[in-house]
Design a protein around this ligand. Structure first.
Ligand SMILES: Cc1cc2nc3c(=O)[nH]c(=O)nc-3n(C[C@H](O)[C@H](O)[C@H](O)COP(=O)(O)OP(=O)(O)OC[C@H]3O[C@@H](n4cnc5c(N)ncnc54)[C@H](O)[C@@H]3O)c2cc1C
Length: 494
């Protein structure tokens, strides 16, 4: 059978792309390398506790906001129960160097009041910062569906200014600068290199509203997959695309690692852009494109610890905790830092899962270089020394948490995912959490490729996250179907 489109990868961007195209009556096959579709979203189980991995919370999901509108267009909104986060504090930042806490609320007015009362001498800078974030967020036609989509690829001066230099020009208090930059950990590009515009899109999405989904990433994945099946799309897991077949500059189909081929008129690749290069023949992309893709720097990888708790502390009930070692945010992901000196993101293991015992995840930056001795090992055959390394880390983190987080009196460590886990289960090259960095001044991939019929999508195009991945899918399918037409259809669903 020859499909209209094959989609490589079944993360949020691949699944959303598949639904958009299927909704237009096109025949679609989604091909996923992992054993099950949506490996990053679906999470995993340890001792009966479900552990969410690639989705905990999101912004822009309140009624009428961008993500809500996209999910309505996809006909999945009705099947997802939103869990609002605590508007007074959806994220708390606890600085361990001087025992300082800041509770980050959502709602621009509330956030402004909280920041101004904590930093009364910085009112002017706070106002200016919040104004810029709001303006930047609202100038994107994929985040603000009320504006015209004509300027989608228009130059934005804030895309070439670093968040760090922007804040240095506005705010003199280093702690306040840290507080305003901390959400960079959600997109993985340090403030000295991330652009104001990407920060405004990711962090800014959380300033209006914050929600989780009942059942977490697993429910989101199941719902997307069910919708695709209802639209008669085919989803194949264990389907590792090994080659993109091109003839005379035109896409023909893909060849899987097992030798099977899947023919299609067009293809959307949602995989890491660097991982696409070996799949296409040398001459299909211009040397300059290859060099640019090769040069993309990956976001950090991580250790992700999971633990069972006797009860979920209040600080993780519809909110998260960032344990911040100091104000040197640009070095947070440096490996010279001992694990106890790294930042940690704490979140409940899964939302409102009544049947499950309470658990939490703790995520801290890590690098593939730390995995050097085990780099060639595969999941089923990790050496004993790897398991010993994980045990030792788990013990250190257990002790660190009991020392530094007073609200947690006891925890049983369940497991530790490493950069190798992210590489081998989520198929993220280098184990990176959020694909490539969104650096200021960097030309990230666009949906169009040099090969006719081959399009790109995924977090590399826009920004990471459920919101970023969803937008990238709409952006790419907009190129195929007509940007104006698609956005107008989304607008009608609000
Ligand atoms: C630990 C963690 C926590 C996170 N928490 C949040 C959160 O709370 N909120 C939020 O909004 N975002 C969060 N994110 C980010 C979010 O999960 C990602 O940005 C998003 O899921 C990326 O989606 P994607 O479709 O671009 O890529 P992916 O999900 O990586 O999809 C690409 C898919 O392609 C497959 N693939 C790769 N190569 C091939 C091949 N050759 N053939 C076939 N298939 C292939 C991969 O297996 C993968 O399934 C988190 C991420 C991580 C890692």
């Amino acid at each position: 059978m020859k499909y209209d489109y094959v989609v490589i990868g079944s993360g949020i961007s691949g699944l959303v792309s598949g639904i958009i195209l299927s909704k237009q009556g096109l025949s679609v096959a989604v091909l996923e390398k992992a054993a099950q579709p949506a490996p990053l979203l679906r999470g995993f189980k340890r001792r009966g506790i479900h552990i969410d991995t690639g989705f905990h919370y999101t912004g822009a999901f309140a009624h009428g906001e961008a993500l809500d509108s996209y999910f309505r267009y996809l006909n999945i909104a009705e099947d997802l129960e939103k869990i609002p986060y605590d508007s007074e504090c959806f994220d708390s930042f606890y600085f361990t160097d001087d025992d300082y806490s800041f509770s980050f609320p959502f709602g621009y007015e509330r956030l402004r009041d909280r920041l101004c009362s904590a930093f009364p001498h910085e009112k002017k800078g706070i106002d200016s910062y919040l104004h810029t974030v709001s303006e930047e967020f609202n100038r994107s036609p994929h985040l603000n569906l009320d504006i015209s989509s004509n300027n989608i690829f228009m130059y934005d001066p804030y895309s070439s200014q670093s968040l760090k230099s922007f804040l240095q020009g506005l705010i003199s208090n280093p702690r306040l600068r840290s507080i305003l930059s901390m959400h960079y950990l959600l997109y993985g590009t340090e403030p000295g290199r991330s652009s104001v515009s990407v920060h405004a899109q990711v962090a800014g999405s959380l300033y209006s509203s914050v929600h989780g989904i009942k059942g977490g990433g697993r429910t989101l994945a199941k719902t997307l997959l069910q919708r695709l099946r209802n639209l008669d799309a085919d989803i194949f897991s264990r389907s590792n695309v090994a080659k993109v077949m091109v003839r005379a500059g035109e896409f023909q189909g893909v060849e899987l690692a097992n030798g099977e081929t899947v023919q299609a008129k067009g293809c959307i690749s949602s995989i890491h852009p660097r991982a696409l290069l070996p799949l296409v023949e040398e001459t299909a992309f211009r040397p300059a494109t290859r060099q640019r893709f090769q040069a993309f720097e990956d976001t950090t990888s991580a250790f992700m610890f999971s633990a069972e708790l006797e009860q979920l502390p209040e600080m993780l009930s519809r909110k998260n905790l960032f344990l911040c070692p100091d104000d040197d945010l640009d070095t947070y992901c440096h490996l010279e830092r001992a694990i106890e000196k790294r930042p940690f993101f704490f979140a409940s293991a899964g939302l409102e899962n009544e049947k499950s015992r309470p658990g939490m995840i703790m995520l801290c930056p890590a690098s593939m270089q730390e995995m050097y001795p085990w780099r060639d090992s595969l999941p089923e055959h990790r050496p004993e020394s790897y398991l010993e390394m994980k045990q030792a880390l788990m013990q250190r983190v257990h002790d660190h948490v009991l020392r530094k987080v007073p609200a947690i009196h006891s925890l049983t460590m369940l497991d530790c995912a490493t950069p190798l886990t992210f590489r081998d289960y989520a198929n993220a090259p280098s184990g990176c959490l959020y694909g490539i960095k969104q650096k200021y001044g960097q030309l990230n991939p666009t949906p169009l490729s040099k090969i006719r019929g081959l399009y790109l999508t995924g977090q590399a195009l826009t920004a990471p996250g459920i919101l970023g991945g969803t937008i990238s899918a709409f952006l790419t399918c907009g190129v195929i179907l007509g940007q104006q037409k698609l956005i107008q259809e989304v607008r009608k669903c609000r």
